[in-house]
Design a protein around this ligand. Sequence first.
Ligand SMILES: [Zn+2]
Length: 85
Amino acid sequence: MREARCTVDTADTFSQIWTAFEAVHVLPACAWCGQIRIDEARLTPPPAALAAIDPRYTFSHSICERCATAYAGTAATLADRDRRS
Ligand SMILES: [Zn+2]
């Protein structure tokens, strides 16, 4: 499955985050890489947007597919290492 990539500019991202904040909508955010998901696109929030809103009430943290895949690989490597020691 292909992952949606960011195709919007920083002003659009800021606007979408601000709109969600004002509407008290919660946006999913990855606790590992910090990207947020808006309309199936994964975006890195601009620092100005993070400064303008209260992320505690706007972002709900989980893990994105890319980080989950990387984490699963790391966890498998560590588990394998632990089995050998
Ligand atoms: Zn991530």
